[in-house]
Design a protein around this ligand. Structure first.
Ligand SMILES: *Cc1c(COP(=O)(O)O)cnc(C)c1O
Length: 369
């Protein structure tokens, strides 16, 4: 692969640190099923996120899927969400026999447009599943107000928002539940993994059961569960990676700010503006939206040009989920013109802790040349 630059590069602790963390597993022979590493990571994450309740899962997708399942909504109930996201969010809804109702996004930060939610609510609506896309935090206050008024659950897809805070308050504390992904490509990883932060302890008990086949006790199985337990090797990776996370985020910040410095104000390129002082950002992604009329080149041309230099940028998120082939003729999809338009113009640039500022400069020069 030589000097290829991918859109992301997984964080790893040093080899010795990980080996040291997993050593005692050779004494206990306890490899999965909620062992000591699983418990320890739960405790560490509660402290890091400053929350009271968390359940760990095999991945972020199962966090979403099992949280929705735990509510046991009637089949065919409607869930308001946005299609400007990774496949997982919409699939989790559909796989629970629920009906996604697509709400458009904001032009400004690509999160759900809260002014358009109420018009989509019917007597079948049971929940809102908004996405903190790119780590941009949804209008949590307004979503909370709407949910309360119509008695809806709010389950955030917080896969991009790990560790973020507004005014010192964790994003995980908004809504009824927040689902995180600890996939290798995310800011914090457990190789594969995920978690749900929730308020209602009974919901947590249900998720705990569902992730372990619905088993209540040795002789009682009263949930149609699956297997979504985080294993000990993954939990151990999380314990190690969490120790270095703040340093990683600091390095990401430098990369992010270099991109901002080089690309801000360029005609036809829209990027994230200044991060407000009261927001602790995790610098997960660097999306840029390209307007061919003004810039002269379109998103696909820039992607191809970067690719020619061994640089992998990604069309996150294209296509929008409501355009997926698997949903054609299967679910009715509302029109979301803003999401559709952004999806055709957006490109996310390489961003990870070890990306050097010189590499960022090279990427920007290729884009601008
Ligand atoms: C990564 C991701 C998920 C799924 O997480 P996995 O851990 O990969 O299963 C869900 N939603 C969004 C927005 C994501 O980016």
């Amino acid at each position: 692969m030589g000097n290829r630059i991918n859109v992301t590069r997984s964080s790893l602790p040093c080899f010795e640190e990980y080996v040291n963390e997993i050593k005692d597993m050779w004494d206990s022979h306890w490899l999965t099923n909620m062992g000591v590493k699983h418990s320890l990571l739960c405790e560490e994450l509660k402290k890091y996120l400053n929350v009271e309740n968390i359940e760990l899962l095999t991945n972020g997708h199962m966090a979403l899927e099992m949280t929705l399942q735990a509510y046991d909504f009637p089949a065919g109930s409607e869930v308001i969400t946005s299609p400007f996201t990774f496949a997982s969010t919409t699939h989790a809804i559909v796989r629970n026999n629920l009906k996604p109702v697509f709400c458009d996004i904001n032009e400004s930060d690509y999160t759900i447009d809260t002014t358009k939610i109420e018009a989509l609510i019917t007597d079948k609506t049971v929940a809102i599943v908004p996405i903190h896309v790119y780590g941009n935090i949804c209008n949590v206050e307004e979503i909370g107000r709407i949910a309360k008024k119509y008695n809806l659950k709010v389950i955030y897809d917080a896969a991009h928002a790990f560790g973020e805070e507004i005014d010192g308050i964790s994003v995980a504390s908004y809504g009824d539940a927040s689902c995180f992904s600890f996939h290798a490509t995310k800011v914090f990883n457990t190789i594969e993994g995920g978690a749900v932060v929730f308020k209602d302890v009974n919901l947590g008990k249900q998720i705990y059961r569902l992730k372990n086949f619905g088993i209540r006790d040795e002789e009682t199985v009263d949930g149609i569960g699956a297997n979504a337990k985080m294993n000990e090797f993954c939990a151990a990776m999380g314990i190690c990676n969490l120790r270095h996370l703040d340093d990683e985020i600091t390095k990401r910040k430098e990369v992010f700010e270099r991109y901002q410095k080089r690309l801000f104000g360029v005609d036809g390129i829209k990027i994230c503006g200044k991060i407000p002082d009261n927001f602790r950002c995790n610098y997960a992604y660097f999306p840029m939206v390209v307007d061919k009329e003004k810039f002269g080149k379109n998103r696909d041309e820039i992607k191809t040009e970067l690719e020619g230099h061994g640089i992998g940028a990604r069309k996150y998120f294209y296509p929008i989920t409501s355009e997926f082939d698997c949903y054609k003729g299967v679910i009715e999809c509302q029109e979301t013109p803003v999401a559709l338009n952004i999806s055709k113009k957006v490109l996310t640039l390489p961003l990870y802790a070890d990306l050097t500022l010189e590499e960022v400069d090279t990427i920007c020069e290729i884009i601008l040349s």
